[in-house]
Design a protein around this ligand. Structure first.
Ligand code: CP
Length: 290
């Protein structure tokens, strides 16, 4: 399959190349694909991923085909495969897909146009991880030896699972923190207070209530007090350490309102970088390299 489905398919060298390409695009380098059309198929809600892919396409001169799941033949029972196969038959040059099913792309193996994964279940969110890495690279100029802690709803987070795998391959020291009920032991656990004092990057995660089978064991107020990035915790961080969050953010739950846009926060920079990362990924795929 072509496109970008999981970062596990990419070497460390290829990931660095994509980040450097995105940095070049951010500095003003332009490339255009005016004859191309790409469809966005979002079967789960999205603000950042869906619209930053669309802005990335517009910046590349690509025509956007905005698929509306509510008005499509999905309601008549059309399968994911038949929907994607239809777009291929219509002549689009690629599709961006977000779907709640883990590794939905396994049923699309015979599709020949590039597929860009905008997130699958709890498993992969490759362009989110690439934009996170670009933001870290801009800040520190390296990955090797950096200490990062992901905090919160680890077990339901495709961002955490994607980042843990690739950050380790890049030589980063990866930790997790948060309530025991969300600890899937995918990395060593550390208390948030200790993480704030020792990490270079503290990445907060949204509590993903929509994926929970059972109600969270603690109230959101208790969550904020025990596992949220408060002003006090932010002030205990190292001078050059940064706060990240893939967003959407729940102000007052995993992050205090005052911290969301503080001097240490890179949350909105992550969103800006997402456009350039998606431009780099689409361009590389249309050039036949992904
Ligand atoms: N970070 C992220 O995936 O945000 P959206 O769900 O809004 O796309």
């Amino acid at each position: 399959m072509r496109g970008l489905l999981t970062l596990k398919d990419l070497s460390v060298e290829k990931i660095i190349e994509l980040i450097k390409y995105a940095e070049k695009l951010k500095k003003g380098y332009r490339i255009s694909y005016p004859d191309k059309k790409i469809a966005t198929l979002f079967f789960e809600n999205s603000t950042r991923t869906q619209y930053s892919f669309q802005v990335a396409m517009m910046n590349l001169g690509i025509k956007v085909v905005d698929f509306d799941t509510q008005l499509s033949s999905i309601a008549k029972g059309e399968s994911l495969y038949d929907t994607v196969r239809t777009f291929e038959a219509l002549g689009v040059d690629g599709v961006v897909i977000r779907h709640s099913q883990d590794e939905y792309f396994k049923e699309l193996e015979t599709i020949k146009i590039p597929i860009f994964n905008g997130g699958d279940g709890k498993s992969n969110h490759p362009t989110q991880s690439l934009l996170d890495l670009m933001t870290i690279h801009e800040e520190f100029g390296k990955f090797e030896g950096l200490k990062v802690c992901m905090v919160g709803d680890i077990s339901h987070s495709r961002v955490a699972h994607t980042n843990i795998e690739i950050m380790r391959r890049l030589g980063m020291d990866v930790y997790i923190s948060g309530p025991e009920e969300f600890n899937d032991h995918s990395a060593p656990w550390i208390s948030l207070d200790e993480a704030c004092k020792t990490m270079d990057v503290v990445m907060l995660l949204r509590v993903q209530f929509e994926r929970h089978q059972e109600k969270m064991k603690i109230s959101v107020e208790e969550y904020h007090q025990k596992y949220g990035m408060t002003v006090e915790r932010m002030q205990s961080m190292k001078e050059k350490a940064i706060i990240m969050h893939p967003a959407p953010i729940n102000r007052g739950v995993e992050i205090a309102d005052e911290v969301a846009e503080c001097e240490k926060s890179r949350i909105y920079k992550q969103m800006t970088n997402g456009v350039y990362i998606r431009m780099a990924v689409i361009s590389d795929a249309l050039d036949g390299n992904l």
